[in-house]
Design a protein around this ligand. Structure first.
Ligand code: PMP
Length: 407
């Protein structure tokens, strides 16, 4: 018997061997954070136990070795997104910090009163709030590209929302609520016409889509290790070198400087200019192992398997009267946000939890999107490479049970 992709790889994940409330743990919250394969856990443990040292700050052998590993991870991240140089990869704590770095630094470089920053109606708060903050500081204005009822960008609005006042367009590659894959190339084309920078939030796309920043024609791309089956506390920003060179530092501190005195300070070159303080060393090493892990399986295979689970679960859920799914994009990731008539999303989450099933409930850090959808909260199931058809069956069964119990 040939095993499915989920059945082959689930045993790699010790957390998924656990029982929750005495039931097998059915983890359907991978869009929030992915579980970790043993290989990544082992890599981190080995690093802490036998290789741990600071990086870029010492002449002693373990420090030099740790620095080489750290820089090897930088090269791995460059290749992961097809950047042209390692100097374009900045390590951060995750997508949120990456977007804050870009908004704060690029915003100060590029924005003045009257300028506009354009996001979309389907952004995570991490790609809204930092722009609000820099707009307040610079006198620029924040605008959003509207979405259709199916949860896709209204492409006909690009020409009117992105104008010659637009300096920066920042959008998610894949929505964490709707699963929609956005046509970055098309948006970038319009942004180029008006000379705007293009920032892509890759938190949700990087685990399933082969990323090529040259083909996307963006200027910045961010992602989080913990969504890539790696440790939390790491991620990276890829940015075009010629732009990074012009950008002011984000945070000040150790190792990002060239010269410091009480009269003046000069800064190091990118990427180090943007890496103040002791970096997340072990998480970066773990992220390297995680990227190797998913690339060895292959993202096209992962995406195809998750898509199979998405279709299976969607077809089953659509049979349940009174259940409504948000997001019906032609190209959709394995995320299902849904509500049930007369049942609070929190209650769905609690009934599922009793069955050992983990789903997210609430606003998914996307209040403007939920307002657009006309709901206060939804339940959200999301699938990862380790999920199986059995997980889908258990989930659908528990949703039916929740409806019977609560509706
Ligand atoms: N953008 C999107 C689309 C996300 O889904 C998330 C995480 N939920 C983030 C940004 C923020 O990522 P992190 O929490 O890893 O910083």
């Amino acid at each position: 018997m040939t095993l499915s992709l989920g059945e082959r790889f689930k045993p790699d994940f010790p957390m998924l061997q656990q029982l929750v409330h005495g039931k097998p743990y059915t983890y359907l919250d991978t869009a929030a954070t992915a579980q970790k394969p043993q290989l990544v856990i082992d890599r981190m443990e080995r690093f802490y136990a036998t290789e741990y040292a600071t990086v870029r700050r010492g002449v002693y052998a373990p420090c030099q070795t740790a620095t080489q590993m750290y820089e090897a991870a930088r090269e791995r991240c460059r290749a992961f997104v097809n950047g042209s140089s390692v100097t374009e990869v900045i390590f951060v704590r995750g997508s949120t910090e990456g977007l804050n770095l870009i908004a704060s630094s690029l915003g100060r470089l590029a924005l003045k009163p009257g300028d506009e920053v354009v996001v979309t109606e389907m952004e995570h708060h991490a790609n809204i709030v930092p722009w609000h903050m820099v707009c307040e500081l610079t006198g620029a204005t924040l605008k959003a590209i509207p979405i259709t009822d199916d949860g896709e960008l209204q492409l006909e609005a690009l020409a009117t929302v992105i104008t010659d006042r637009t300096r920066i367009v920042s959008l998610t590659h894949v929505s964490n609520v709707l699963g929609t894959h956005n046509p970055i190339e098309l948006v970038a084309k319009r942004a180029r016409e008006v000379g705007a920078y293009v920032v892509v939030d890759g938190a949700q796309s990087s685990p399933h889509v082969d990323i090529d920043v040259q083909a996307l024609d963006c200027d910045f791309f961010v992602c989080s290790s913990h969504k890539l089956y790696g440790p939390s506390g790491a991620g990276f920003v890829w940015g075009r070198e010629e732009i990074l060179r012009q950008m002011p530092p984000y945070q000040g501190g150790g190792e990002m400087i060239d010269h410091v005195s009480f009269d003046r300070v000069t800064y190091d070159e990118p990427p180090y200019r943007f890496e103040a303080g002791t970096p997340p060393i072990a998480p970066v090493i773990g992220m390297h192992a995680a990227i190797d892990y998913i690339d060895a399986i292959g993202k096209p295979a992962i995406a195809a398997w998750e898509d199979h689970l998405l279709r299976l679960a969607t077809a089953e859920l659509e049979q349940i009267p009174g259940l409504r799914i948000f997001g019906n994009a032609a190209h959709k990731s394995a995320v299902i946000a849904f509500v049930m008539d007369g049942v609070a999303s929190m209650d769905i989450g609690m009934v599922l939890d009793r069955e050992g099933i983990a789903v997210r409930v609430g606003q998914h850090c996307a209040q403007p999107l939920l307002r657009r959808l006309g709901v206060h909260a939804t339940a959200r199931a999301s699938f990862g490479l380790y999920n199986t058809e059995e997980d889908v069956a258990r989930f659908v069964e528990a949703v039916r049970e929740a409806k019977e119990l609560l509706a």
